[in-house]
Design a protein around this ligand. Structure first.
Ligand SMILES: C[S@@+](CC[C@H](N)C(=O)[O-])C[C@H]1O[C@@H](n2cnc3c(N)ncnc32)[C@H](O)[C@@H]1O
Length: 389
C-alpha cells in the first residue's frame, strides 16, 4: 500500500508515494505540517496530540495520514465541494498558478523525495572540473525569472541542469511554454528524472498549472541538442562558474554564436561584455551581444553565503552590422575628404597664379609710374576672384 494524501485543493488528485523508501514518510509529514496545518487545522483535529511538534516514526506518520484522509474524504470525493474552498481558506494554495512560495515548497518536497542524501552529489563530482557540483537557490532563480519577465512564449533551457530543480521551478513559477534541462553526469541526471516525476505528482495533488518540462541525460554539446538550443530556446541558463576554458570556448563557438537574435543567456561567468565593437573585437561574442550584470542575492547559491555575480548576455547581431556600417561611412567620408583635398590643392595653384599676375600688373603700373585708380581696382578685383575660387 502506498502512502496516500487525499486532495482538498481545486482539481487536485490523490498523492501516492512509495512506502519502500523511508524518507517518503518525512515528505508526507512535511506536507501535513507545513501546508495543511496552517490552512485547514480543523481537518487535522483528529491527529494525535502534539503531532506537529514531535519526531514521528513511520507508523505514526502513516497514522496521521490516515486520520487526515478520513477527514478530507468528503472533499476529496466531491470536486465541486472542493472548489467551494475559497482562497480566503487555502490562500495562495487555492490558485491554479503557483506563487513563489508554493512553487518553492512543491520543488523542495519533490527534491526531498528524489534526493534523500544531497551530500552524495558533492562526493560524486570531481572538484575543480567542469562537472563540479553546486546549485542555484530557488530565491535567486525567482529573481532571475522576475527580472527577465518570462512569459508564455519563452522556452527555458538549463545547460548543465544537475538534479533539475531549476527546470521544475521555472515551469511552476512562470507561465513559460517549456522548460528543459540537459545534464551530463549520470547520478544527478538520474535524480533529475525522479525529481521531475515527483514534482508532477505533487503539482497534480495541489491542482497546479505547469508548463511542459523535460530533463535529459546527455552532453549539451551533442549536435542532437543544437536545434533545441539555437532555434527553440529563448532563455538559456548556464551555471558555468566552474567550467574550464576549453568548455567555455566550445559553448561560445558551437552554441552561442549560432543563437537567434534576442536570445538571452544567464550565466555565473560572463560570456561577453558591453564594450563597443572595435577592429580587434569583431570576432568576439561581444561583437554580436550585450552583457550586463543582473541582481544577485545573498545566499543565492548553495556553495557560499556571499553574493555570486549573475550576468545577462543578449544576442544583438545588429551590433556588428552597425559597426561595419559606421566603418563604411568613415571610409566614404575619408575618400570624400581626399577628393576635397585634391580640389583644394588645385584651388591653391590657381590662387598663386592669380596673385603672381596681380603682383606683376601692380609692379608694371608702378614701374610705369601710373599707380592709378584703375590698376588698384584691377588688383582688388583680381584678389576677390582668387579668394572666391
Ligand atoms: C554547477 S552545476 C549547476 C546545476 C544547476 N544548473 C544549478 O545551477 O543549480 C553544473 C552542471 O553542469 C554539468 N555539465 C558540465 N558539462 C556539461 C556538458 N557538456 N553537458 C551537460 N552537462 C554538463 C555538470 O555535470 C554539473 O552538474
Amino acid at each position: 500500500m502506498p502512502l496516500e494524501l487525499f486532495p482538498i485543493c481545486g482539481t487536485g488528485k490523490t498523492l501516492r508515494l512509495p512506502t519502500s523508501q523511508p524518507h517518503m514518510y518525512q515528505v508526507i509529514y512535511g506536507i501535513l505540517k507545513q501546508v495543511y496545518l496552517p490552512l485547514v487545522p480543523d481537518i487535522l483535529e483528529g491527529l494525535p496530540q502534539g503531532w506537529s511538534e514531535l519526531l514521528l516514526d513511520q507508523n505514526q506518520v502513516a497514522e496521521c495520514a490516515k486520520k487526515y484522509n478520513m477527514a478530507a474524504k468528503p472533499d476529496a470525493k466531491n470536486v465541486k465541494r472542493r472548489r467551494s474552498y475559497s482562497s480566503s481558506i487555502l490562500k495562495e494554495w487555492g490558485h491554479r498558478q503557483c506563487t513563489f512560495g508554493v512553487a518553492r515548497d512543491i520543488v523542495n518536497f519533490a527534491y526531498e523525495c528524489a534526493v534523500p542524501r544531497p551530500s552524495q552529489l558533492n562526493n560524486h563530482y570531481k572538484s575543480f572540473s567542469s562537472e563540479t557540483y553546486g546549485e542555484t537557490n530557488l530565491e535567486q532563480m525567482a529573481s532571475i525569472i522576475d527580472e527577465l519577465r518570462l512569459g508564455p512564449s519563452d522556452v527555458f533551457v538549463d545547460l548543465g541542469s544537475g538534479v533539475g530543480q531549476l527546470v521544475c521551478f521555472a515551469a511552476a513559477y512562470s507561465n513559460i511554454k517549456q522548460a528543459v534541462g540537459i545534464e551530463l553526469s549520470p547520478l544527478p541526471a538520474g535524480r533529475a528524472v525522479d525529481l521531475s516525476n515527483y514534482f508532477k505528482k505533487i503539482m497534480d495533488h495541489f491542482g497546479k498549472n505547469c508548463g511542459a518540462l523535460k530533463l535529459i541525460h546527455g552532453d549539451f554539446l551533442d549536435p542532437k541538442f543544437k536545434k533545441l538550443i539555437t532555434e527553440e530556446a529563448t532563455v538559456i541558463y548556464i551555471n558555468n562558474l566552474a567550467f574550464g576554458p576549453e568548455l567555455m570556448l566550445r559553448i561560445t563557438l558551437e552554441l552561442l554564436q549560432e543563437l537567434k537574435p534576442g536570445t538571452r543567456i544567464v550565466s555565473t561567468k560572463p560570456f561577453g561584455s558591453r564594450k563597443r565593437v572595435t577592429y580587434r573585437s569583431t570576432c568576439d561574442l561581444s561583437a554580436i551581444s550585450d552583457t550586463v550584470q543582473m541582481r544577485s542575492l545573498v545566499n543565492g547559491v548553495s556553495w557560499t553565503a556571499n553574493k555570486v555575480d549573475f550576468w545577462l548576455t543578449t544576442m544583438v547581431p545588429t551590433k556588428l552590422y552597425k559597426y561595419y556600417e559606421s566603418e563604411l561611412h568613415k571610409k566614404k567620408g575619408h575618400c570624400e575628404r581626399s577628393e576635397a583635398g585634391e580640389q583644394n590643392q588645385e584651388h591653391g595653384r590657381k590662387k598663386r597664379k592669380t596673385e603672381l599676375r596681380l603682383d606683376s600688373s601692380v609692379k608694371k603700373s608702378n614701374e610705369s609710374g601710373t599707380n592709378s585708380a584703375r590698376s588698384r581696382r584691377l588688383a582688388f578685383s583680381e584678389r576677390t576672384l582668387s579668394s572666391n575660387l
